[in-house]
Design a protein. Structure first.
Lengths: 696, 122, 188
């Protein structure tokens, strides 16, 4: 029981004592109004606070009795001995009900009913009738309203407050501000009724307002604004435009129409006035200023302009612009070129040592950076749409197989480069098919293994540095390590002697030519394995990981780069050639002296502040010629959670890397994931550190 | 500037709940246990708003509102009354006495904050 | 086919490779560059010399000498890179080919082109579209799509093996293929 409830219990006990003593006093002096008041207030507080702190039974029971005491207080009935003893039994009853909350015996409901019946008998028929079971609680507090946005509707609101509104502490400005918060709002204040100073009452409100408000919050939200003043003020709310036929008539209303609408001018009067009025064209022709033909042309022009305005107006309605994807690709290419040229400019500026040129180069660098970020962000789209598109897949496939599966998603707002999302669809379909087909069990199997009959597939996306993690997890049967090993041995993927950890075994499902389903089905057994998924994801410079627990489910994690076009790179030099490491993976650099490396020998393990770090000699991997320099550098990176060092000749620093494909002719080079063009026009290769670590 | 709200209720549990809610929302709170106590405390510590129960010993809510409105410095202060009934007569009566708005018991903390924000925006 | 287009398809770019004259159909040649520094890509077959920056595009460069089993190209003032456009897996892509020197653009009418000799060639017969002749010199016209096919680009076979393969193959069939391909040139 929380502190507030305890406070109430304590208070209620005190009040019951007060009630009891008041009742006993009343037994002696039946018309002691002070005591009647005390008793009434005790009951009132028990009822009111009881309801607030969740003691609903007590509040309900006390309600009718409070009514009787109200009648007593208003002298509509008189205090009798019978009433007092009945009220005392009320005290006892409430006490029992209270104690029941802290472990006492449950209150006798029949007893409560009997007391209430007796009370009702005591009271004149017409008076007890006033309080039948409580009406539905008032729902006029603003926060209780449904604030979901509906269609935008335009309202005309006339708010003519009571002259005395200020005397109640109401500030009409607050109310108008509240309206402003609801949506696009035009407020006109009317001061016409403000009297001369000699007649001016200081506390009176002479101003009234007309408001045109466009909001999607609904009529109730507007009514709520005026809830405390609605019965004293004159408030009219009308719908002007419900936003439905906005495309049919772009015309805004004419002055005359509005005046008629507002009831300021009658329609008949307006029409008769209009009849008397000649059109400007007619007047001009009549006065022989222009000829009729010219007026016709001008009218046609007017019509045209109006039509054009309509078009513009409609176009302006859409806040976003659709652009063909190729144009975006072009834009990214151009920005990429610009970044490269800017790098050349910067290099030249450094070389020339001309302060003016350096300043220009810096400006260009800043602008290019901004343009790059902007262009990249234009290409980012939320993955949620892709997630949603899988609902149908899950629904249809699970129905086909007779399985009961629900798809849950989270992190749909996570943004990824459009290209990545486009190319992600196939691998994800494949994985989800696998979840449905091989992962989630049939309903009877699930029930047998004490799982909910309904299986769940959960798709989630989240940021992790320069990467996005997409997880596809199911609560299905999980991978069976024994079955996988058997299968892998049978298909000659591994040899029997190899001892593998459970995690390593799970990775085997990505090996080419692997499929563990016992029977081939339409759903996923089409001869294409998860190896295709792995390849596709790696083509996006991403990686795939699998985690599974037998009987509990499987999670496949796709780790994808945010963008395919430009990354922050880390430029290094090996044997005169330049290479780029993804900066997001770089953690630190340490020096490696020749005598140290000789000492280490071929062990390929480095001691960095007591931490043992394995390293890869890139010179060796790339068969670089020539002797390594006296002082080499080790770039320590995070490769899928492990710290791995790469030994390079020299580190140059971070570099805006526009990723270029090596082209189809070079695609089998796994050590390299792409190339970039440096400021001096030469090509630097982007290293695929995952692969380099695996190959070492 | 932190605004001060006076809560007047003879139920200590209701007072405690309101004080807790309002203090969490960033207001300073002055508690009073009935109308008499409220009037006394108003003289010593100025407040920006008052939330009061109606049924109270000594000086009840209606009388309290009338007394407050008669003070020049509190002529326009927002006053919110707590009513147990959703009946209009009580609301009407309290409005006539000079209340700005009302909140119906039982209420939840955020409902209280909602009404406070309505009559005294921050 | 217009006459102009037909005439163009008879034009060839000739170049030197280790004392022999080779030619490529001009349609497939995009441009000829002076030798520029080539960035080596690790773990590629030797004839894939690396990549160059072609106005912002990364283009792989093949050493045709190594591909054809000749000694590696040595850089001279005449060394150049012929940029050609090929189709790989249905996608068109650019590729550079190292040549000792570029000679000229010449016109060879189809009736002057003969099928390659069946024996005694250093390179695979399917690499050759035909043999032309100018000023008593033989010109080997390369079949670009076959030299730079997806399989060839990944192959690390050495030239000797290739010669063996050619010699052991059924010859009448070979001739037939070449004639068919010659026909294709005409119809382009």
């Amino acid at each position: 029981m929380d502190a507030q409830k305890e406070t109430f219990m304590e208070e209620a006990r005190e009040l019951l004592v007060k009630l009891e003593s008041a009742l006993l006093e009343l037994e002696v002096v039946p018309d002691d109004t002070d005591q009647i008041d005390r008793a009434f207030r005790a009951l009132h507080t028990i009822k009111g606070s009881g309801a607030m702190f969740g003691f609903d039974d007590i509040a309900e029971f006390t309600h009718d009795i409070e009514t009787v005491f109200e009648l007593l207080r208003d002298r509509k009935i008189a205090v009798t001995g019978e009433l007092v003893s009945l009220s005392l039994s009320v005290c006892d009853q409430i006490k029992v009900m209270l104690e029941a909350y802290i472990g006492g015996p449950p209150a006798d409901k029949d007893e409560a009913e009997r007391i209430l019946m007796s009370f009702r008998e005591m009271v004149p028929e017409q008076d007890i009738g006033i309080k039948q079971p409580e009406e539905a609680p008032e729902k006029l507090h603003p926060h209780e309203e449904d604030e979901s946005l509906g269609a935008e509707v335009t309202y005309r609101i006339s708010f003519r407050p009571d002259r005395d509104i200020l005397k109640n502490g109401t500030n009409p400005i607050h109310l108008l501000n509240e309206l402003r918060a609801l949506g696009e709002c035009d407020i006109t204040a009317h001061m016409e009724e403000t009297p001369l100073l000699k007649d001016y009452a200081q506390e009176a409100c002479y101003i009234y307002w007309d408001i045109v408000l466009t909001t999607g919050r609904g009529l109730n939200a507007i009514k709520d604004v005026f809830i405390f003043v609605e019965d004293t003020s004159d408030i009219k709310i009308n719908v002007v435009d419900d936003g439905q036929d906005v495309n049919v008539s772009v015309d805004t209303k004419r002055l005359g129409e509005i005046l008629v609408d507002r009831g300021d001018v009658s329609n008949d009067k307006l029409q008769s006035m209009l009849k008397n009025q000649k059109r400007i064209g007619e007047i001009l022709v009549e006065k022989d200023v222009v000829c009729g033909g010219k007026v016709e042309v001008a009218l046609a022009e007017q019509k045209h302009v109006k039509r054009t305005h309509e078009k513009i107006w409609r176009a302006a309605q859409t806040a976003s612009v659709r652009v063909p994807a190729e144009r975006l690709d072009e834009l990214v290419d151009l920005v990429g070129e610009l970044v490269t040229v800017q790098a050349r400019l910067t290099q030249k500026a450094v070389h020339e040592n001309d302060p003016e040129l350096t300043a220009i180069a810096e400006d260009v660098e800043n602008l290019t950076g901004g343009l790059r970020d902007n262009t990249m962000s234009v290409r980012m789209i939320q993955i949620g749409i892709t997630f949603t598109s899988f609902r149908r897949l899950v629904r249809d496939l699970s129905a086909d197989l007779g399985k009961n599966i629900v798809l849950k998603t989270s992190g749909g707002e996570t943004e990824l480069d459009k290209t990545v999302i486009d190319r992600l669809n196939d691998p994800m379909v494949h994985i989800i098919r696998n979840c449905i087909d091989h992962g989630i069990e049939f309903p009877d199997v699930r029930i047998q293994s004490n799982k909910p009959e309904m299986g769940t597939i959960h798709l989630s996306a989240e940021h992790s540095g320069a990467h996005v993690l997409i997880k596809i997890s199911d609560d299905g049967a999980g991978l069976d390590p024994v079955a996988i090993m058997e299968k892998a041995e049978k298909n000659n993927i591994i040899s029997k002697e190899i001892e593998l950890s459970e995690k390593e075994i799970a990775q085997l499902v990505f090996a080419p030519g692997f499929s563990t389903a016992k029977e081939v089905t339409d759903v996923s057994g089409r001869g294409v394995g998860l190896d295709v998924v792995k390849r596709n994801v790696e083509a996006l410079r991403g990686s795939v990981d699998i985690n599974s627990k037998k009987g509990e489910g499987t999670t496949i994690t796709l780790r994808l780069p945010l963008t395919l076009a430009i990354i922050e790179g880390f430029l290094v030099e090996i044997g005169g050639d330049k290479y780029i490491l993804p900066l997001s993976s770089v953690e630190e650099c340490v020096e490696l002296r020749k005598e140290d490396s000789d000492q280490i020998g071929d062990s390929n393990i480095l001691n960095v502040r007591g931490e043992i770090i394995p390293y890869v000699r890139l010179r060796k991997s790339f068969e670089s010629l020539g002797e390594p320099p006296e002082l080499e550098h080790v770039v320590i990176t995070d490769v899928n959670g492990d710290r791995v060092g790469f030994v390079v000749d020299n580190v140059i620093g971070s570099y805006q890397t526009v990723i270029k494909s090596l082209g189809r002719a070079m695609r089998q080079s796994e050590d390299v994931s792409g190339a970039t063009i440096l400021g001096d026009g030469t090509v630097a290769l982007i290293l695929n550190i995952d692969k380099l670590v695996k190959a070492a | 500037m932190t605004k001060t709200i006076m809560v007047v209720d003879d139920s200590s549990s209701v007072r405690q709940m309101m004080a807790f809610t309002l203090e969490n929302a960033g207001y300073d709170v002055v508690e009073a246990e009935d109308g008499q106590d409220a009037l006394k405390k108003l003289n010593s510590s100025p407040v920006n708003m008052i939330v009061t129960d109606l049924n109270m010993p000594n000086v009840n809510g209606f009388d309290l509102i009338r007394s407050i409105r008669s003070k020049p410095e509190y002529k326009y202060i927002p006053i919110v009354v707590l009513t147990t009934e959703s009946h209009d007569e009580k609301k009407q009566e309290s409005k006539e006495a000079g209340a700005t708005g009302w909140i119906t018991k039982p209420f939840k903390p955020d409902q209280l904050i909602g009404v406070i924000n309505k009559v005294m925006p921050q | 086919m217009t006459e102009e287009a037909a005439a163009e398809s008879w034009q060839y770019l000739s170049f030197n490779l280790d004392q022999e004259i080779y030619a490529l159909n001009i349609i497939q040649v995009k441009e000829v560059l002076d030798y520029t520094e080539i960035t080596k890509v690790p773990k590629m077959p030797d004839f894939m010399r690396g990549v160059i920056n072609l106005r912002g595009k990364v283009v792989p460069v093949v050493d045709l000498r190594l591909k054809f089993g000749m000694p590696e190209t040595e850089k001279t003032v005449d060394t150049c890179i012929i940029i050609i456009e090929i189709t790989l897996d249905g996608e068109s892509t650019s590729l550079g080919a190292l040549a000792d020197s570029v000679r000229e653009v010449l016109t060879l009418k189809p009736d002057l082109i003969e099928p390659p000799p069946k024996i005694g060639m250093r390179l695979k017969t399917e690499f050759i579209k035909g043999m032309g002749k100018k000023d008593d010199e033989f010109i080997i016209i390369l079949d670009v799509d076959s030299v730079f096919s997806a399989e060839e680009l990944v192959s690390v076979q050495d030239a000797e093996e290739e010669i063996d393969t050619v010699n052991s193959e059924d010859q009448p069939e070979q001739t037939e293929t070449v004639q068919k391909e010659g026909g294709q040139v005409l119809s382009t």
